[in-house]
Write a protein of this length. Structure first.
Length: 131
């Protein structure tokens, strides 16, 4: 595969979701990437989430102002929404939730999920757990 030897100076970035996601908590694209990086966007965020069995969101996301799409690539992944639990268990299963919908999640098995959220806005990062 072609690599970014000179960086993204030509406006093109070529990478691997698994390798690049490991560098930024799973995030491949969004407002948090450097402004000169083709992966910088204030319109959308994309995450390649690799979750071991039993992995769960540390706390519910509340006060949501984004819309989200979460697609199961592999595994069994549960998305918790107010009054509803959605189990994604077949490749390609997905769930969409809109602005104002609180959420959390839990990996029932080792899972890979692709999340797309829009717009890309700061304020939802859960602080890293103390070492």
């Amino acid at each position: 595969m072609e690599q970014n030897v000179d960086g993204p100076s030509d406006g093109v970035y070529v990478g691997n979701a698994g390798a690049d996601a490991a560098l930024d908590r799973g995030w491949l694209l969004g407002h948090f990437k450097d402004a000169g990086d083709p992966r910088h966007s204030e319109d959308v965020e994309i995450k390649w989430g690799v979750h071991p069995p039993g992995d769960e969101r540390a706390q519910w996301a509340t006060g949501e102002v984004r819309t989200a799409l979460l697609v199961l690539i592999s595994g069994r992944f549960r998305v918790e929404l107010p009054g509803r639990s959605v189990l994604l268990c077949a490749q390609g299963d997905y769930v969409v939730w809109g602005k104002g919908t609180d959420h959390s999640w839990y990996a029932e098995e080792e899972s890979v999920v692709l999340t797309v959220r829009w717009p890309s806005v700061p304020g939802y990062r859960i602080p890293d757990a103390p070492a």
